[in-house]
Design a protein around this ligand. Structure first.
Ligand SMILES: [Ca+2]
Length: 509
């Protein structure tokens, strides 16, 4: 077929009626792209429990993530991205539906996701996208809305995992982050090239028990990772919730977490490498007979090094994917998103895990690259939520965002043009209690400067943090008379947000 000029192409679409007059109604490049079927591909990369303060593009003091940083360098870094309920399955359900937990039904990790409800992959599929879900799913029911899915059962294993491919269970030998990436690349290469695609490429790493891959077992052996300044937090100036949790490095970590026992299902070769990496260090530990703070310091080093080793494998594998996008020419027309299902404590407050509305687990990394619309190296600091991801993907695909989705499209923000009246506060609600880690139920509001939290179940306690003066949240200033007006304003805002999002669960404000 003869190659059309742009003018001929537009004419064929009936977009150049007349001549000079027609020029004034020329559609934007984007509209042309959509009409011509050049809607962008979407690759949604998500890891599990990767805190933003363990990415060098977010200023990590403890590791380097050169491949993930590439997405920021070639796209946008969102500096204030938050989740609405900081725990695994609920965050995934929020992202899929664009709705808060009390509406999508997955308020805690023990509940099953109702896959018959509306999700953004279903809407993309309906609009002609090829959709795939590869890796960690963790929603207890089979994925819906995907042309292809291949998921880990439940939490999945780091070594030699089983995966469920379209309902069929298969076993693999190797390391989970490599295996998920192999499947993702295989799917991209075998897809139908004439349709846009949306791939959910979701890793298990760096979830607990933080088991590093064979290539990274001894990474960081010769360095000491800096400790957070509040590793020995005594929770004074705060309420019972912080004092009564069960997620501390000092008390909660198990023998498995600390690698005094190896994973159960290693091959003889894997076991040999594992023991060669851990046994000499474990032997030195036994001889040292550490106590008190020295013991906590040792546990922190063991934990954080394993966590960062798992991230190093994610970084390598995302690099493989980005390289393929470059080589194949897909990079230009593909929206690449990197995030984690929520944040995590990296020894901050003496903790690991998530759940609390405090900063480290409320924050999520969010990097987005799309060369056609996003300026390389840009940064946005507006308040954005995981609730917004679905609407954003739909917007990029030219699919109308259903009115019952509670998030907002980030497309304008990504283009560097934040709409007037963009949100200046966010609502949070955590439910999983009583349960593992003993974090009490709470809801709260965060503005750019303040955070008000209500632990309403089991106890009835409020906390207020002035994030400008106390970014580490070490002092609850709720009782300070200087903040009396602020408390009233925040309570009114909290009430407004609960009404806006139709949340009648938990205690009244
Ligand atoms: Ca998680």
């Amino acid at each position: 077929m003869k190659k059309q000029t742009r003018r001929e192409f537009l004419k064929s679409l009936g977009l150049m009626a007349g001549s000079a007059a027609g020029l004034s109604i020329l559609p934007s490049c984007n509209t042309i792209g959509q009409i011509a079927g050049r809607r962008p591909n979407i690759i949604f990369i998500m890891t599990d429990d990767h805190a933003s303060h363990a990415l060098s593009c977010y200023g990590s003091k403890i590791n380097k993530t050169p491949n993930l940083d590439r997405i920021a360098k070639e796209g946008m870094l969102l500096a204030n991205s938050f989740c609405t309920n900081s725990i695994c399955a609920p965050c995934r359900a929020v992202i899929l539906t664009g709705k808060y937990s009390h509406i999508n039904g997955v308020t805690d990790n023990r509940l099953k996701f109702d896959g018959s409800q509306q999700t953004f992959p279903k809407l993309l599929q309906k609009a002609g996208y090829q959709t795939a879900m590869i890796g960690k799913w963790h929603l207890k029911t089979d994925p819906t809305g995907f042309d292809y899915w291949n998921i880990l059962p439940g939490q999945g294993l780091y070594y030699n995992p089983a995966m469920i491919e379209m309902g069929e269970r298969k076993n693999y030998t190797g390391y989970v982050t490599d295996i998920i990436t192999d499947h993702a690349l295989k799917w991209i290469k075998s897809r139908t090239p004439d349709k846009p695609f949306c791939l959910m490429y979701h890793h298990k790493a760096p979830h607990r028990r933080w088991e590093p891959g064979p290539e990274h077992l001894t990474m960081y052996d010769d360095v000491t990772i800096p400790e957070p300044d509040n590793l020995f937090d005594d929770y004074s100036n705060r309420g019972r919730a912080a004092k009564e949790q069960d997620m501390s490095i000092a008390k909660t970590m198990t023998q498995g977490d600390l690698k005094f026992t190896a994973p159960q299902n290693l091959t003889p070769e894997q076991k040999k490498r594992w023991d060669a990496a851990y046994e000499p260090k474990n032997e030195a530990f036994r001889k040292a007979n550490l106590q008190g703070k020295d013991l906590v310091r040792w546990k922190y080093q063991r934990y954080i090094k394993d966590y960062l080793r798992c991230i190093a494998s994610v970084d390598d594998n995302v690099g493989r994917l980005l390289d393929y996008l470059d080589e194949s020419g897909l990079a230009k027309n593909t929206v690449v998103v990197y995030t984690a299902d929520q944040g995590f404590y990296l020894g901050d407050h003496g903790w690991f895990d998530k759940r609390f509305m405090y900063e480290e687990s409320l924050r999520m990394p969010l990097l987005v690259r799309y060369p056609r619309e996003i300026k390389a190296g840009s940064v946005n600091d507006d308040i954005v939520l995981n609730l917004d991801f679905g609407p954003t993907f739909l917007d990029f695909a030219g699919v109308p965002v259903p009115a019952d989705m509670q998030g907002e499209s980030l497309r304008k923000l990504l283009q560097g043009k934040t709409p007037k009246g963009w949100r200046t506060s966010t609502y949070y609600h955590y439910y999983e209690y009583p349960a593992v880690h003993s974090v009490k139920r709470h809801y709260g509001v965060r503005t750019r400067r303040y955070k008000l939290i209500h632990f309403y179940h089991d106890i009835d306690e409020w906390e207020l943090y002035d994030l400008e003066k106390d970014p580490r949240e070490m002092k609850n200033v709720l009782g300070d008379p200087a903040y009396a007006d602020t408390v009233n304003e925040l309570k009114a805002e909290l009430k407004r947000l609960r009404e806006k999002y139709k949340d009648t669960t938990g205690a009244d404000v």
